[in-house]
Design a protein around this ligand. Structure first.
Ligand SMILES: Nc1ncnc2c1ncn2[C@@H]1O[C@H](COP(=O)(O)OP(=O)(O)OP(=O)(O)O)[C@@H](O)[C@H]1O
Ligand SMILES: [Mg+2]
Length: 308
């Protein structure tokens, strides 16, 4: 759907001062604008699909999840609805949208590109996101809510707090699931996707796997797993092999980064190709990560002490 027409339609239709201004992100399925409502900056996410198209389910499941989750590390939806849109004189179509607080510090990916991270800062982002996920996975509203697309582009920093956006997990992938032979039904981002997600719907363990990838990436500054080619099959093969090299990192003083070293073990467990070999819950992964960080700190302190 044409983005200029969609934006114009949004700005004409909304009954109150909610105006889309600057495009901050676009892909095949959604447009995200920085806008304002009553002089307050907001983020507006517009679907590129209208009613009756099956891709829309993804947008709805996201709106539904975000409306049911209330946690400091999950960015809430402020408003959601539809705009009516006439395409080429045909009957009107309803296009869904949602609005959220605008996170002026951008995403964790953007922040890491601009400033780079110390290991501690990286792990603070990971820890905050995990808190949101522990809540979502254990929500009492019925089935657990999975995220389904964990990556630093889907964590925003709003007033110094790291928050999850872009929940996809609960969406059913349609009859027969997906196939590694086709990208058609793949929801998520290949580089963070547990092997099972290439073949079937995600489970809690798939979010744990993705958080293992994220923790490694934010600390090491590079992805733990790379594929030979960018297609689903090659990524599936790479995740199934799970050949992950240790994190060799120096700290700010040019010494071995013991914390980066210490988290390798729990991260590797989270990234086991077999979901049964991962942690039983996100809470368990978080706990083990914290223990590893403490071990790393202890070794760092000892290294500093022995210098003086
Ligand atoms: N509330 C927000 N504040 C600031 N920037 C945002 C906000 N929401 C989204 N963005 C920006 O827009 C990008 C895309 O948003 P989002 O992840 O929700 O959608 P998407 O990944 O494009 O859509 P899809 O659901 O189709 O995968 C984010 O990575 C971020 O850069
Ligand atoms: Mg996203």
């Amino acid at each position: 759907m044409n983005k200029e027409v969609l934006k114009r339609q949004f700005n004409t239709e909304r009954p109150y001062r909610c105006v889309a201004q600057k495009l901050i992100s676009e892909n095949n399925s959604a447009l995200v604008y920085k806008g304002r409502k009553d002089n307050k900056p907001i983020a507006i996410k517009l679907s590129r699909f209208s009613h009756g198209t099956r891709n829309l389910g993804r947008f709805y499941s996201q709106t539904e999840h975000l409306q049911s989750l209330h946690h400091p590390n999950i960015l809430p939806i402020e408003d959601a609805g539809h705009i009516l849109f006439s395409r080429e004189q045909k009957r009107q179509e309803a296009v869904p949208f949602m609005t959220m607080e605008y996170a002026s510090n951008g995403t964790v990916r953007q922040s890491s590109k601009q400033e780079g991270f110390t290991t501690e800062k990286a792990l603070s982002h990971v820890d905050q996101v995990m808190e949101g996920l522990i809540y979502a996975h254990g929500t009492t509203l019925g089935d657990e809510v999975l995220h389904g697309d964990l990556k630093p582009d889907n964590f925003v920093i709003a007033r110094d707090v790291t928050k999850l956006i872009d929940f996809k997990g609960g969406f059913q992938k349609g009859p027969g699931g997906i196939s590694v032979k086709s990208n058609a039904w793949v929801i998520g981002t290949f580089s963070y996707m547990a092997p099972e997600v290439f073949c079937t719907d995600g489970i809690v363990a798939s979010d744990i796997y993705a958080m293992g990838v994220v923790a490694y990436e934010l600390v090491a500054g590079k992805l733990p797993i790379l594929a030979d080619k960018p297609d689903a099959q090659s990524w599936y093969a790479a995740h199934t092999r799970a050949e992950v090299s240790e994190i060799n990192k120096l700290d700010e003083n040019g010494k071995v980064d013991h914390i980066a070293d210490a988290i390798f073990e729990p991260v590797l467990q989270a990234m086991s190709p077999n979901p049964k070999q991962r942690f039983a819950s996100m809470a368990e992964f978080r706990h083990e990560l914290k223990e590893a960080i403490d071990r790393g700190k202890y070794l760092s302190d000892k290294a500093i002490t022995s210098l003086s």
